[in-house]
Design a protein around this ligand. Structure first.
Ligand code: ATR
Length: 277
């Protein structure tokens, strides 16, 4: 029997998840399918509840349904609860379960692209306090870092996140980003700045030491202005495509029973799709 999964969003045409999961289904010769499902916000709960009747083992959830996905799950893992949103759903023992694999994907990508990045307990700077930033803060707080500097154009959003997560987060003013970058070992951009069609991220990287790692959640374009400038300085750079690929791994394993690998072949395939669009 064909095992079915999908990605649920609104709109959904641009999701690359079907390409990623389709690649793994082919590679492992699994009788499975992974489709795009455009579901309007008002129809989300009903769609999810009816998934088993339509033969779905589960699915991914993307914008704007991630918070709703957490709310409708009967069991949610710690990451989803802390982040306040879920991106992976599956049915087990008759129950709807939810996880958020974005934090896992972020760390797996950083560990693969910049091994040992956290060995010296670096100070991290996180730019942005939107939905993506929540997963990154959850991820960074699970590692032994000296401090997390959180900066956002709208200060109140950064303060809310710091209050929610606590720990070693220090909120700083967006305008101070150039000076506060001094002494940081990790810089993470979670804002939409640098994305195709969005304004550039203005930041002076001269405060970063040569051991610093720069990573951008933006993956279209693959080489953002931030990563290009970090590359010219000889810093270690980790692009956002790897996070997209790694966050897909746990869901595939839940639905199809095989833990897939993020290979250079998969990367090349998805990168070609991004660059061609
Ligand atoms: P996501 O879920 O992808 O994080 P989001 O919740 O819309 O999306 O958050 C977008 C992030 O990019 C926010 O941190 C936003 O800053 P504000 O909270 O001040 O809106 C940031 N961002 C978007 N455009 C920006 C700009 N022109 N300058 C600075 N930050 C910007």
């Amino acid at each position: 029997m064909t095992i079915k999964s999908c990605v649920i969003g609104w709109p959904i045409e641009h999701s690359r998840s079907p390409l990623i999961h389709g690649h793994w289904l082919d590679q492992h010769g699994i009788d499975g399918s992974y489709a795009r499902q455009g579901v309007a916000p008002d129809d989300f709960d009903e769609f999810v509840r009816a998934m088993p009747d339509h033969g779905f083992a589960g699915g991914n959830v993307t914008v704007p349904h991630k918070e709703a996905a957490l709310k409708c799950a009967e069991v949610a893992d710690e990451a989803a609860r802390q982040i306040g949103a879920a991106n992976t759903l599956w049915f087990e023992d008759g129950k709807l379960r939810a996880s958020n694999t974005d934090a896992y994907g972020f760390l797996a990508n950083l560990d693969a692209g910049a091994p040992g990045w956290d060995a010296s307990k670096p100070v991290a700077m996180v730019l942005g306090a939107g939905g993506a930033s929540r997963a990154i803060l959850h991820a960074l707080l699970s590692r032994d870092l000296s401090e997390i500097r959180l900066l956002n154009r709208t200060l109140s959003r950064a303060k809310e996140l710091a209050a929610h997560f606590g720990g070693r987060i220090r909120v700083m003013d967006w305008e101070t980003r150039n000076t506060q970058l001094a002494g940081c070992g990790v810089l993470v951009n979670t804002t939409t700045l640098g994305m195709t069609g969005a304004p550039a991220l203005q930041i002076d990287l001269s405060g970063l030491g040569e051991e610093a790692v720069v990573t951008d959640l933006v993956y279209a374009p693959l080489q953002t202005g931030l990563l290009k400038r970090a590359g010219y300085k000889g810093l270690r750079c980790v692009d956002g495509l790897g996070m997209l690929l790694h966050q897909a791994v746990p869901g595939f394993e839940k639905w199809f029973g095989v833990r897939p690998k993020v290979t250079s072949e998969l990367r090349t395939r998805i990168a070609a799709d991004i660059e061609g669009s």
